[in-house]
Design a protein around this ligand. Structure first.
Ligand SMILES: NC(=O)c1ccc[n+]([C@@H]2O[C@H](COP(=O)([O-])OP(=O)(O)OC[C@H]3O[C@@H](n4cnc5c(N)ncnc54)[C@H](OP(=O)(O)O)[C@@H]3O)[C@@H](O)[C@H]2O)c1
Length: 372
């Protein structure tokens, strides 16, 4: 017997300038012909999930009650959220669990009893009804913990490599590189033979990456940052930036250093600067300030946004299938996620838990276990 209702974590923006995150019992819909019902066993808290759960709300000023958090949002923050005022939004982009029921369609029925992963959204829930087509069957013996984060970060790492190859880039410069995703990228680039320059902001992050085999790590907080970066760029030939930070000076410094390297390589002086192309893709907003660029970067550069699912659409079905297969092949090695801790869904809005996971710090990722 399927339960009639199930526990779900939702987020709602209120007119008066606040976000309310709540654990709510919601009706569990019957699966349609091509749907499956998943008993969700594990779901990671990614930075993009925090964007939906709390957006720019001030957690320091939040009011905590059992199963509910109310956090104020500034007028500027509210302007960005105008499109979702009043809407109760289930949270949790991806997760893994066991299929406990299915619609009558053959593909859905074939999944009953299987452990699957999906990126269908609303995964911070005890049960979730999703299209069978959105599910990836996890290899026999894979735990829900190992399969929970099989989409967002792994596909992004593979997507960077596909994007690099599609534009004929020679190597990657990656910022906030000690992130969970950054660690996957270190392992993936090593396996694919792609030069990678990792930009971090703390000495211990550099140690962490070197410990997993990163050859080039530079620390943006070091007084020798620019010189260290120049040397790494000259050694690797890396020409394509994937920037998770967005605001602040780091992206501009990287482009300016790339230009310096390009000018040195060109030999002859040109007042228009180097003709070597510099590409940067801004794929995160860890710093929510404006993206600013200095004027010493010449004229041959592109800075654009990079978002996983629209980018996968652009890359086409053949590349999409290749990306998915690549992740499946090395899910528990190259694409393994590390978690600081795991927490039952019923405890996810506890004050100490919320204050900790909203720090978005290195090695502080949480895994929610909805069945506990
Ligand atoms: N565009 C897309 O489609 C896409 C897809 C997947 C992921 N992402 C983005 O990828 C990034 C990494 O995700 P993740 O799950 O791997 O994150 P994570 O493991 O939670 O790590 C976050 C990292 O960001 C660093 N950081 C936080 N604020 C920073 C700042 N202002 N300047 C520099 N570094 C900062 C942290 O370092 P400290 O310890 O020093 O704070 C930490 O190393 C996120 O921005 C996420 O939104 C984007």
């Amino acid at each position: 017997m399927l339960p009639q209702t199930t526990l779900v974590l939702t987020s709602q923006v209120h007119e008066g300038g606040k976000i309310v995150a709540a654990l709510t019992d919601m009706p569990l819909p019957a699966p349609g012909e091509n749907d499956v019902v998943i008993a969700v066993e594990a779901a990671p808290i990614n930075p993009s999930d925090l964007g939906l759960l709390f957006s720019s709300a001030r957690i320091d000023d939040a009011v905590f009650a059992p199963g509910q958090v109310e956090a104020p949002v500034s007028p500027a923050g509210m302007a960005a959220l105008a499109g979702r005022i009043g809407e109760v939004m289930p949270v949790g982009s991806e997760g893994a669990g066991t299929v406990i029921a299915a619609g009558s369609g053959a593909a859905a029925q074939a999944l009953v009893g299987k452990r699957v992963a999906t990126v269908a959204g609303g995964m911070y829930a005890r049960h979730r009804v999703v299209p069978a087509a959105s599910c990836m069957v996890l290899p026999e013996g894979t735990s829900a913990r190992d399969g929970a984060a099989a989409f967002v970060n792994p596909l992004t790492a593979v997507g960077f490599v596909e994007t690099l190859r599609s534009v004929g880039g020679k190597g990657i410069i990656h910022t906030a590189a000690a992130s969970n995703l950054g660690q996957m990228l270190v392992r993936l680039c090593a396996a694919e033979g792609i030069p990678l320059v990792n930009v971090v902001r703390k000495a211990e992050q550099a140690d962490l990456l070197k410990g997993i085999g990163a050859a080039h790590v530079v620390d943006s907080a070091s007084p020798t940052f620019r010189e260290d970066l120049r040397q790494a760029l000259e050694t690797t030939g890396a020409d394509t930036v994937f920037d998770a930070i967005g605001g602040g000076p780091v992206l501009g410094t990287i482009l300016s250093t790339m230009e310096q390297v390009g000018r040195a390589a060109a030999g002859a002086y040109s007042r228009y600067g180097s003709t070597a192309r510099k590409r940067a893709y801004v794929y995160g907003m860890l710093d929510t300030g404006p993206i600013t660029l200095p004027r010493d970067i010449g004229f041959v550069w592109d800075v654009s946004g990079w978002l996983l699912f629209p980018r996968m659409e652009e890359l086409g079905p053949e590349v999409r299938a290749r990306m998915q297969a690549r992740v499946g092949q090395d899910l528990t090695t190259i694409f393994a996620s590390n978690y600081k801790t795991q927490v039952p869904l019923s405890r996810v809005l506890d004050e100490d838990v919320v204050r900790d996971f909203t720090r978005r710090a290195t090695g502080a990722k949480y895994l929610i276990l909805p069945q506990e």
